[in-house]
Design a binder for this molecule. Structure first.
Ligand code: PGA
Length: 249
């Protein structure tokens, strides 16, 4: 049985005081046992959040990391540094990192390798742009993103991988892929994983959908056979809307 996961990606939102207020509210909640819940605050709040949630079912996740172990990379943070403050899961390949910080397929492959080497869990994000979908290239684009940055990993590393299909045209736009579009792509992704790795791995890996998931559409999207949860941006910033989504399976 695949893990059902809801992960909140806060992006560059919530300073320390706002994070603390979220955490106070979060700790009052009752969590469904069958759902793995994660939040990804900014680097500056990671250690505080980790300590605050140490005895709590919610996992603290980093939004990014550098591929090198250490060195002259001003402003960057390594996997080892994340682990030293209790963080064992990292988002890699978010479309905003690809678009605004020039993270290309090779860089992302290096990040994947560095995270795996440090025994971290990866939430690997990918997805097509609007033009790709309009020109019917979305399956090819997604396949290439996976082939270029992820499919090289060894079979036993797949247990450290969570996938997040996030069509760029649906992120922060209020536009969601229809549940049918999400299901169609998730089934395609699973088929490609079966071909690249094995059917067993494809059956076991969780594939999240991301892109304007809200309390009013989560149930329908999560109800699809190959959708195992969501990576949530805007709606993860408030405890109420985040919890509604957590309870949408
Ligand atoms: P959104 O962001 O839910 O605000 O569209 C999703 C994401 O970027 O992970």
């Amino acid at each position: 049985m695949r893990k059902q996961i809801v992960a909140g990606n806060w992006k560059m939102n919530h300073d320390l005081a706002e994070t603390e207020s979220f955490l106070v509210g979060l700790k009052e909640q009752v969590f469904p046992e069958e759902v793995t819940v994660m939040i990804a605050p900014s680097f500056t709040q990671l250690h505080h959040t980790y300590k605050s949630l140490r005895d709590h079912p919610v996992t603290t996740v980093a939004q990014n990391m550098h591929q090198a172990a250490n060195g002259a990379f001003t402003g960057e943070v390594s996997a080892k540094m994340l682990k030293s403050v209790g963080i064992n899961t990292v988002i890699i390949g978010h479309s905003e990192r690809r678009a605004y910080f020039n993270e290309d397929h090779d860089t992302l492959a290096e990040k994947v390798n560095a995270a795996i080497e440090e025994d971290m869990t990866i939430i690997f994000c990918f997805g097509e742009e609007l033009n790709d979908r309009k020109s019917d290239a979305h399956f090819d684009v997604v396949k290439k993103q996976l082939e270029d940055s992820l499919f090289h990993i060894s079979d036993h590393s797949w247990k450290q991988v969570i996938l997040a299909y996030e069509p760029v045209w649906a992120i922060g736009t209020g536009e969601t892929a229809s549940p049918e579009q999400a299901q169609e792509m998730h089934a395609f992704i699973r088929k490609e994983i079966a071909a690249a790795a094995s059917q067993k791995i494809a059956d076991e890996v969780s594939i999240l959908y991301g892109g304007s998931v809200k309390p009013n559409n989560a149930t329908e999207i999560f109800g699809k056979k190959d959708v195992d949860g969501g990576l949530i941006g805007g709606a993860s910033l408030a405890v109420d809307s985040f919890m509604e989504i957590v309870n949408s399976f």
